[in-house]
Design a binder for this molecule. Structure first.
Ligand SMILES: [Fe+2]
Ligand SMILES: [Fe+2]
Length: 142
């Protein structure tokens, strides 16, 4: 049973308070995968002008990665690459990359963070952007 903390600012906290906080947060961490899946499901039915909804797009992307014999981590990155669409509609790749960062390699984090610029080669010229924006990363170690 947790006790109600008495502090009103960080400066008033004690080691016992922080032990309690970390204990309480443990369930937050263990439930993280379920929250991510729940959030991924929010993409169901959101077509936004595309022929498949965003959830199916994510599933298709992960399936392609799996069929290409990519690592499990890469497949998870593919599955979650657009999970930021609902909350970070203007910078969704950044949100997905931030969620994944503690759990994936620097290379896969970079891939998720920059996926929009690389896929832009196929359509940026239709929306007034430079389809070769990806060229800024030529020579990048990732
Ligand atoms: Fe995306
Ligand atoms: Fe995507």
């Amino acid at each position: 049973m947790s006790r109600k903390p008495a502090f009103t600012s960080f400066s008033e906290t004690t080691a016992e308070d922080w032990e309690n906080i970390f204990s309480e947060q443990a369930s937050m961490y263990t439930e993280l995968p379920n929250r991510i899946i729940d959030h991924l499901k929010l993409l169901k039915g959101d077509f936004s002008g595309f022929p498949v909804d965003r959830l199916n797009h994510c599933l298709q992307t992960a399936t392609l990665a799996q069929e290409a014999d990519e690592s499990e981590e890469h497949v998870v990155c593919a599955l979650l690459h657009d999970i930021g669409d609902t909350l970070a509609s203007l910078n969704h790749a950044d949100l997905a990359a931030t969620i994944l960062q503690p759990f994936v390699s620097e290379e896969n984090h970079w891939m998720v963070k920059h996926h929009g610029i690389f896929q832009g080669y196929h359509f940026f010229h239709h929306i007034g952007l430079d389809r070769n924006m990806r060229d800024q990363f030529r020579g990048s170690p990732n």
